[in-house]
Write a protein that binds this ligand. Structure first.
Ligand code: PLP
Length: 382
């Protein structure tokens, strides 16, 4: 996992550190209307359906230009009946963003807000669906990247399915890195993007959804460019994207998919990310840091650490000291406690994590936060 160009490792949940082969795939220009490029598009759509274990006759895969949020927005606009009502399960920024999107689209919604770090419980979801029969659709974030929590997708999907409701899952930061099977788990709509666990570069997201929902979504879009049905209809008819595609990103994504397969697909990638996470969490704990979450809820994607309350610890100085050593970490996104995040995804292995841990030790020394034993008693509690 050596960067051929000396550039910092991105310990962030996307954009992330990509391989040389993925970057090299971008050194060619493509005609967006040309058959060679159309074949790449068709190929990635097929591969994504296979990765999701979706029977391709029931499900369709529709790529959408833009960052992940563009894909979430187009998916919600397509899948939400304007006369329906959405239950948004939230425990962080991405659940909140879904509610904001629904608000802007003028769709009706209610929320179950669990705060910063608690998972929604399947029984609570069942109770809400029974209390309010008007709810037609449930939105869940699988890995809530704000804290790194892995929400109980399978159990919630069973509850939503048993109540006959539609389930939309933001699997942005988990798909490709954590097993998700549409054959086993009743998910109606799944959204992810190029630059997370499949380790492509940014530029598009994709929606895997039941074909019937797509057809019902005709004419529902609030936006010309984010019309998922229109994108699908045009792509089926012409093989092309409806508006200019991010050609280089798409071709890099195809290269990233080949590497994903070589690594053993989702199980192989999940195993590497889990090794990264375990090395990171164990190493950080031995340096005196605490995780926000209990082990049961830690994802193999990103981990939130509580900032030490030790007076000399200052996030910006810590960030700069790590950057100087070749590592970019991620600020926290919690509302109540000071924290920072470190990602485990991208072209990283446990050797990189070991180098990071040494850099962290040096950064603490730089800040005169060197008394690790003292430090651990100074942490605030979650
Ligand atoms: C990255 C991410 C998104 C999309 O964010 P963009 O900045 O629009 O790419 C959405 N949901 C989750 C859970 C994410 O991790």
């Amino acid at each position: 996992m050596i960067n051929s160009i000396k550039e910092p490792y991105l310990l962030t949940p996307g954009p992330l550190t990509t391989s040389h082969a993925t970057k090299a795939a971008m050194l060619r220009d493509w005609g967006s209307w040309d058959d060679d490029f159309n074949q790449v598009t068709a190929d990635i759509r097929r591969q994504l359906l296979a990765m999701a274990e979706a029977g391709s006759s029931d499900y369709a895969c529709v790529p959408m230009q833009g960052s992940g949020t563009f894909a979430v927005e187009s998916a919600l606009a397509c899948a939400t009946d304007p006369n329906g009502k959405v239950l948004v399960l939230m425990n962080g920024a991405y659940g909140k963003r879904a509610a904001q999107l629904l608000h802007m689209m003028g769709r009706r919604y209610v929320t179950l807000d669990k705060g910063d770090y608690l998972p929604p419980h399947p029984d609570e979801v069942a109770a809400l669906l029974e209390q309010d029969p008007e709810i037609t659709l449930v939105f869940l974030v699988h890995c809530e990247t704000s804290s790194g929590i892995l929400n109980p997708l399978e159990a919630i999907a069973e509850v939503v399915h048993a109540h006959g409701k539609t389930l939309v899952v933001d699997a942005m930061s988990s798909f490709g890195g954590v097993p998700i099977s549409l054959a086993k788990t009743p998910i109606d709509v799944l959204v992810s993007s190029a630059n997370k666990c499949i380790e492509g570069v940014p530029g598009f997201g994709f929606v895997i959804l039941r074909q019937a929902l797509l057809e019902a979504g005709k004419g529902r879009a609030h936006s010309l460019s984010l019309d998922l049905y229109a994108q699908w209809e045009y792509m089926e008819r012409t093989g092309q994207w409806r508006f200019t595609p991010p050609t280089h990103t798409v071709v890099a994504f195809q290269a990233a998919l080949a590497q994903h397969r070589e690594e053993g697909g989702v199980p192989g990638r999940c195993a590497r990310y889990t090794r990264n996470r375990d090395a990171l969490v164990n190493g950080m704990r031995s340096l005196g840091f605490s995780t926000l979450l209990e082990d049961e809820w830690l994802s193999p994607i990103i981990t939130t650490f509580l900032s030490p309350t030790y007076p000399a610890f200052e996030f910006n100085a810590f960030y700069a000291a790590l950057k100087a050593r070749g590592f970019l970490i991620y600020p926290g996104k919690l509302t109540e406690v000071e924290s920072f995040r470190i990602g485990c995804i991208g072209q990283l292995d446990t050797t990189v994590i070991a180098e990071l841990l040494s850099a962290i030790q040096e950064a603490l020394a730089d800040m005169d936060v060197s008394l690790i034993a003292d430090l651990s008693s100074q942490f605030g509690s979650a």
